[in-house]
Design a protein. Sequence first.
Length: 585
Amino acid sequence: MAGTIAIKNGHVFDPLNEIKGDRMDIYIRNGKVVTELSAAELKDAKEIDASGKTVMPGGVDSHSHVAGAKVNVGRMMRPEDHYKFYQKKTPLTHSGCGYSVPSVYLGGYEYSKMGYTTVFEAAVPPMEARHTHEEMRSTPMIDMGGYLVLGNNWFLMRYLKEGDIEKAAAYIAWMMRTHKTYGIKCVNPAGVENWGWGENVNSLDQANIHFEVTPEDIIKGLTELNEMLGFSMPLHLHANNLGHPGCWEITRDSLKIPKSIKAKPKDPNVEWAETKVNPKRHESVYLTHCQFNAFGGTSWRDFESGVKGITDYVNSHEHVVMDSGCVPFGDATVMTGDGPAIHDLYVLTGNKWSNTDVECECGSGVLPFTYLKSNPVHSVQWAMGLEVLLYVKDAWKSIMTTDSPNGGPFIKYPQVIAWLMSNKARQDTLNECHKWANDRAGLASETREMTLNEIAIVTRANAARTIGLSHSKGSLGIGADGDVAIYDINPAKLEVSDYESIIRAFENAAYTVKGGEVVCQKGEIVAIPEKKTYYTDITVNAEEEKKMIDDVKNWFKYYTIGFSNYPTPEKYLANPTPIKIDAEV
Ligand SMILES: [Zn+2]
């Protein structure tokens, strides 16, 4: 029977159900986790003997750059990235290439090899949504969705300035549906618009040119709108001043803005899988790639880690969740909607640089980058990414990412996991690093070693819960999607000092199961499963929406495309899966 499988005797780590390594069986029927299979079903089902192995829900990446215009710019501008990592075609799989920015096919295969089954594209410019969806549709193996970039949208800034919150809400709901995207992304609020004039903003109360809204206005406005509309995920925030020494303070102050705004995710039209832990978010803000927003010091001369200033705040407040943006060394391609931040890196490095302004909406920058252990700043950044995860006491407040490919490509996740689980792995790397890693960060004296249960939280359970997907993802509860990763790690015999074995196990899952089907086995793709694309479909007051649409149509005189060419039709999506929310109630 398709999508029916019995996974026997594994050590199961399912944090949303508080299962921490118990030996048990997981049964999946027709793609969903079930209590048991009948004798007849068992006879026909595929059976996997997972004894001595670690069993987790399929990995969930809540922030990665894998599809769309700027990712494609990264591919085009870097032929040197293609030669060093490529795969030949097989009867089942496409060929592909690209180390830090893989082609869409290769990206899907590589995620699947590591046991990941769900990945969210972190930045979709509205005008580039069609392109993003085309690339997501072509990315095999993984379920996907994307966040819509709205932090410097002309139209929205106008409504925010006028204080017309009802129309702003109608606009966001319409934009999500129009572009088939999932949540609100806010990048360098007010600053990216200023970049159109060669400027940035440097403080939370600095009004930008022409629109005269401040970063604070935008963060507050978008958080309120996010909760008014009842999105499944919190506001996804890339804070101001990214990549500048001393930026940790503005980051912490940005997190204070939504402190009094209560998380109010509405009930979407989904069946909820069983979970012991509350599967809904209680945070109103999701800070992304904290490491890049946690620089200390006042210049590159006295640069140091400022992570503790942020993690102290996060440890004592309940409204923030964040991902790390780790730096695993080696080749990366930095790409972000934060145009001025990438320009600053261009000035620092002189590397190839691409800069884009997406008319009336947002912008982006792309630049190849190599992180070196011998470089003082890079070595501190490596320590900082790990500090973000190790200093946050409650793993449910953090998510592991490399902001792929900004800190490094996602294929380095196994290496990051090894550093989190093994102090020896960290000390060995510290010994190879520039001495600033020791002197300018606190990592050297941090002895915490994450457990497999905590790794399951920061690589799947919390990523799914944070973005509102724990109704089906990040858990092995009854009713969850039958997405499972089985790793060659025996928790009873695990020696974390042998960290190479941890890296090997997480690089190539023994089995990746997607929808109850084995799709990857020890690094080899064995089946191409169906995939889904999530987006949020919010219903708002029809009258309000109509008035707003009249404004938008009028506003299109500033666009170079026609209004009718703006939306992304559902046919651009692989198996479109709307998360329906009624914001009228
Ligand atoms: Zn990012």
